[in-house]
Design a protein around this ligand. Structure first.
Ligand SMILES: CCCCCCCC/C=C\CCCCCCCC(=O)NCC(=O)O
Ligand SMILES: [Zn+2]
Ligand SMILES: [Zn+2]
Length: 522
């Protein structure tokens, strides 16, 4: 018995020790493979080694506070609406031109600024720098806005620029007149205070961005190409400071767009012989098309989370999440499918995961007793960086799976190249430094811009294109883009003016401080 039980005990002990060893080996393996990123994304700027510039202070007095706000409100009150490529409000665009000249007299009269109107309503400014060896950069924004209907539920008329509870309400307040006016207001104040740049810069204000920028941005690019211009970087609208928008993230995050999604507009159509509504066929053109559209909505494109630059966002921000999210985000190679499942539940986070499918127009029928011959739908897709227009078309074709539904690509372009964001990236680091000087509480990370911008026309002029403005977006604000009650706080608009005021001056450094001793020449 003793022997047997002794043997049993030894066997048990061997089993327990083996199991224990196995657990230790497994834990060691997992610990070696998995990681929890703890680096501080805001470090690495080498602030102590940053070239000293004698920046003009950006303080704003009471008079200027009133003035800059009044200028901004006037800009919002002009309905520079773009409805389609052929429907632009040219009266409003003309009025906007006069407004710019009236409220920024120094910009338009200074010998330091060259200005030209492009394609009738867009503006190109050139401010040469004193050091010709420094490659210029360019700031972009757009004057036009999408339509707005007061009856959709606006709390204030969309072109009233009404002030309520410290906010200015109106179409264009966050897309994108805050940048148009913010950039020029900053330049006006810089010039008044005697500033002249060392590094030259351009400002481009497009008038038809909301319908593709084919007149404004494309012609500005043509003008610059003719002059042989190459740019150190371009900064356009796009992402923003997200405050409480990414659930679980501690503190606000400034996401600087280093790429933007591609886009395709696809027309689906069904043709059937017309006839009398008293003798309907089993399936109408409308019914067949509705079925196709429903299948597209029921079968979203695959989740590609982690396969594009959005992966970098979460790796950068991982340290600002509590456990266990921090752990999941630090190991995207393993957990991205799980994170994707959670993020797809909300439209604004879903947009970062996959190519999105939006049915935006559906037309058919002319009379109640006539069977319509033609039913048409337009589908607008925003293409994830890991896909192409071609792949998206193939997906649509197989999902619709009905030869009676004709598919036509109206227009499309692939996702944009990824710009640099490492320690040697002049544009990214200068934007980041300017942000951190002004908003030390913010984490700065690269991001994917889910909308399209005029900057996509600039790829031949600059390798590095960033999409960002320090517009603060809080919970509920993402729906204000192209939606109702678009607004910006007065404080935030002032902050934008200060941001551009400081950014322009910060760009005057010759090179970035190098973590390894040698500078990064531009
Ligand atoms: C990482 C998860 C964060 C989710 C929060 C989403 C934050 C969204 C922030 C900004 C909105 C993006 C707007 C982009 C600018 C759009 C410009 C535009 O309208 N262009 C025309 C077009 O795309 O059709
Ligand atoms: Zn915009
Ligand atoms: Zn827009």
């Amino acid at each position: 018995m003793t022997d047997r039980s002794g043997k049993c005990n030894i066997m048990k002990l061997v089993k327990i020790v083996s199991f224990g060893l196995l657990v230790v080996v497994l834990v060691c393996f997992v610990a070696a493979t998995l990681r929890t990123l703890t680096f501080d994304v805001n470090s690495g700027l080498q602030l102590a080694h940053w070239e000293k510039t004698r920046n003009i202070a950006s303080d704003i007095n009471q008079h200027q506070r009133k003035e800059l706000l009044a200028n901004f409100r006037e800009a919002i009150q002009i309905p520079t609406v773009s409805t389609s490529k052929t429907q632009l409000n040219i009266t409003a665009l003309g009025e906007f031109n006069s407004l710019l000249r009236k409220v920024f007299p120094t910009v338009f009269s200074s010998h330091l600024v060259q200005h030209e109107v492009v394609a009738n309503y867009s503006h190109l400014f050139w401010v040469p720098g004193s050091d010709l060896a420094l490659v210029p950069y360019m700031l972009l924004a757009h004057i036009d806005v999408v339509p707005a209907d007061e009856n959709d539920g606006w709390e204030a008329p969309p072109f009233s620029a009404k002030e309520m509870d410290g906010f200015i309400y109106g179409r264009g307040t966050i897309d994108n007149k805050q940048s148009v006016m913010g950039i020029l207001q900053a330049l006006e104040y810089l010039l008044i205070r005697g500033y002249s740049p060392q590094r030259g810069f351009f400002i481009g204000l497009g008038h038809d961005e909301e319908v593709g920028g084919l007149q404004g941005a494309m012609n500005i690019v043509k003008v610059l190409k003719k002059k042989g211009v190459q740019l150190a970087f371009v900064l356009d609208e796009g992402l923003a400071v997200l405050d409480g928008v990414i659930s679980g993230l501690q503190g606000p995050a400034a996401l600087i767009g280093i790429s933007e999604k591609g886009q395709a507009t696809v027309k689906l159509s069904v043709f059937k012989a017309p006839g009398h509504s008293s003798m309907p066929p089993r399936e109408s053109s409308i019914g067949i098309l509705a079925g196709a559209v429903k299948r597209l909505e029921d079968n979203p494109m695959p989740i590609l989370f982690g396969e594009g630059p959005e992966r970098r966002t979460f790796e950068h921000l991982a340290h600002r999440f509590g456990l266990p999210i921090k752990f999941l985000m630090s190991n995207m190679w393993l957990f991205s499918p799980l994170i994707g499942r959670v993020m797809e539940r909300s439209p604004d986070t879903n947009a970062f995961l996959r190519t999105t499918t939006a049915v935006t127009m559906f037309n058919s029928g002319v009379k109640v007793n006539v069977l319509p011959s033609l039913a048409e739908a337009y589908v607008n897709l925003r293409i994830h960086p890991a896909q192409t227009v071609q792949e998206v078309l193939e997906f649509i074709q197989s999902t619709v799976g009905d030869e009676r539904v004709k598919m036509e690509l109206v227009n499309g372009f692939d996702p944009l190249p990824v710009s640099s964001y490492d320690e040697t990236s002049f544009g990214f680091q200068t934007i980041k430094k300017t942000l951190l000087d002004q908003f030390p509480q913010v984490s700065v990370a690269p991001g994917l811009c889910i909308g399209n911008t005029d900057s996509r026309h600039y790829t031949d002029l600059a390798k590095d294109i960033y999409r960002f403005a320090p517009t603060w977006i809080k919970p509920g604000d993402t729906q204000r883009f192209h939606g109702i009650n678009e607004r910006i706080s007065k404080k935030n608009y002032e902050e934008l003016v200060v941001f551009y005021f400081n950014l322009i001056q910060n760009c005057d450094i010759k090179e970035l401080p190098s973590p390894h001793g040698a500078g990064h020449e531009l």
